[in-house]
Design a binder for this molecule. Structure first.
Ligand code: GDP
Length: 525
């Protein structure tokens, strides 16, 4: 097969949701369809131990959670599926955000009972800003939830995206009868624990379905559907691929109901690996030469070896084990002999992979998040990864000042892995750490002690709203220790606003100053 044919087969995506919306349950069904697991109930190995990806770090063991995300891949029909896990719950971190830079589309799960929740919104915003196609699965139809029309309205208003329901539910909770599949013009009947039945629209008039179709739920769903056909947006694959319209599927991950049809539809519509911007222009995935970038670095997966694994999203060409690649940032050449594919729990050695795939390679402490790796003579770098806004900030110092050398080295390396961001207070020059969640501080403290032998002290600054500033607009006089002016590692300035109120007050009083909430390489254009 040519590289192009291999690339077209790839579907690389992430599933985003708020905790408890049903991500694990849905993922598990997809793994079943892909024959990656044989029975349901094996994925939540956090408890059962079966799929525990990461007993590599004490802290994970203690808390029974996975700090880092993994990749699941399997062939499905004619496709090669790559699902990137986005850690949620307490381990929601910058890694979660960064995962979104390595996928071509996302599946957003919304709990029909709760509607859009905080975490979904955060991740969703990043997808919208980056134009990532979003497919929505509204879950838990077997429970009494919000009205479907209300849910669509909520998505449109809160997320500012057009919706196109691919199917339409009839009733919900105990009165849930099934869904109209608009694409295939069939009614999919919910039979509880039994397999669903597919009934073409034309057969719904037959006497055997009389009982069902005469129910009030059926009538009202039919009316809503007619309304949608007439007044709703029409389906546009072009808009979907631009991230401007989201196809919406209703179902139940647990039943499961509508999941298989959703997946088939998703797989056929979701984009294959896309071209990527670089300093030398657009790089096509079907280019012969291998290229990729590092979106995650994971340390100490094997406590005995203290090794670091760098996760690469392949952007073009073919990866072959043992090949030599150049690190663009330094020009240094590395041989990629210890390549691994992180498949849920196990680490299998892989011999080849293509654009769209994710591989883990041994990191001889040489790589940084965002690094570009290239085969051949080419010499470019992929666009910098965006800087995601941390939420919790703390001043950090070494307990023992004599250890400042190890302290600096430790911070430098941990920051390079990208779990935590380092800032310097413009006025006091003190170190400030910023993370998306509290857990990163625990991990940081633990690792500083265990790997660098430095005890650290934190001084809480609290939750802040960071906004980057344009360099020419930096004015120290405007900030104090309530709204703190800091520098990031690349000498960009940002303000840590005390709260929403302070931010809005500032905006109202300094309309000329631009505040940037997601720092991308082109933020200064
Ligand atoms: P995650 O935190 O997003 O991974 O959510 P889980 O998949 O662990 O699901 C959270 C809870 O919701 C679990 O108790 C699931 O059994 C339940 N759940 C998931 N999908 C459904 C569904 O379709 N219907 C109902 N009633 N419960 C569900």
């Amino acid at each position: 097969m040519t590289i192009k044919e291999e690339v077209i087969k790839r579907k690389t995506f992430a599933i985003i949701s708020h905790p408890d919306a049903g991500k694990t349950t849905l993922t598990e069904k997809l793994l079943l369809y892909g024959n990656l697991i044989r029975s349901a109930g094996t994925v939540k190995g956090k408890k059962s131990g079966k799929f525990a990806t990461s007993d590599w770090m004490e802290i994970e063991k203690q808390r029974g959670i996975s700090v880092t995300s993994s990749v699941m891949n399997f062939p499905y029909k004619n496709f090669q599926v790559n699902i990137l896990d986005t850690p949620g719950h307490e381990d929601f971190s910058e890694d979660t955000y960064r995962t979104l830079t390595a996928v071509d589309s996302v599946v957003m799960i919304i709990d029909a009972v709760k509607g859009i929740e905080a975490q979904t919104l955060k991740l969703f915003k990043v997808c919208r800003m980056r134009g990532i196609p979003i497919f929505t699965f509204i879950n838990k139809l077997d429970r009494e939830g919000k009205e479907p029309l209300e849910l669509l309205e909520e998505i449109e208003e809160v997320l500012e995206i057009e919706t196109y329901p691919m199917n339409w539910p009839v009733g919900m909770g105990k009165r849930f009868l099934g869904i109209f599949d608009r694409q295939n013009e069939q009614f999919i009947k919910f039979n509880g624990n039994e397999e669903e039945t597919h009934i073409p629209y034309t057969e719904l008039t037959s006497p055997e379905h009389q009982d069902m179709v005469s129910k009030a739920e059926f009538e009202s769903a039919k009316d809503e559907l007619a309304l949608l056909d007439e007044a709703g947006d029409s389906f546009s694959l072009e808009a979907v691929l631009k991230g401007e319209q989201t196809p919406v599927f209703f179902g139940s991950a647990l039943a499961p109901f509508g999941v298989h049809d959703f997946f088939d539809s998703f797989i056929s519509l979701a984009p294959s690996p896309q071209p990527r911007k670089s300093t030398e222009g657009i790089i096509e995935p079907s280019n012969q030469d291998f290229s990729g970038f590092i979106f995650k670095i994971q340390a100490n997966m094997n406590p005995a070896h203290r090794d670091r694994i760098a996760f690469i999203r392949i952007c073009s060409g073919k990866f072959e084990r043992g090949m030599s690649v150049k690190l663009s940032r330094t020009g240094k050449v590395f041989k990629l002999s210890q390549s691994q594919q992180i498949v849920a729990s196990s680490r299998d050695t892989i011999d080849e992979a293509y654009a769209g795939d994710i591989i883990g390679i041994y990191d001889p402490n040489a790589y940084q998040i965002g690094d570009t790796l290239l085969e051949g003579k080419a010499n470019y770098e992929f666009d910098e990864l965006p800087k995601f806004p941390p939420e919790v900030f703390k001043k950090v110092m070494a307990k023992n000042v004599m250890k400042s050398k190890q302290f600096k080295k430790g911070i430098e390396q941990l920051v390079q892995e990208g779990a935590i961001q380092l800032f310097k207070d413009k006025r006091t020059e003190s170190y400030i750490l910023g993370a998306v969640g509290e857990l990163q501080y625990e991990v940081f403290k633990y690792r500083m002690e265990n790997e660098y032998n430095v005890e650290v002290l934190f001084e809480t600054i609290g939750e802040r709203i960071p906004r980057w500033l344009k360099r020419e607009q930096v004015n120290e006089a405007l900030f104090d220790d309530r709204n703190i002016l800091v520098r990031d590692r690349d000498d960009n300035y940002l303000v840590l606003f005390r709260n929403e109120f302070a931010l809005n007050w500032f905006k109202d009083n300094h309309k000329d100053i631009e505040l940037i909430d997601l720092f991308e390489v082109n933020s200064y254009d």
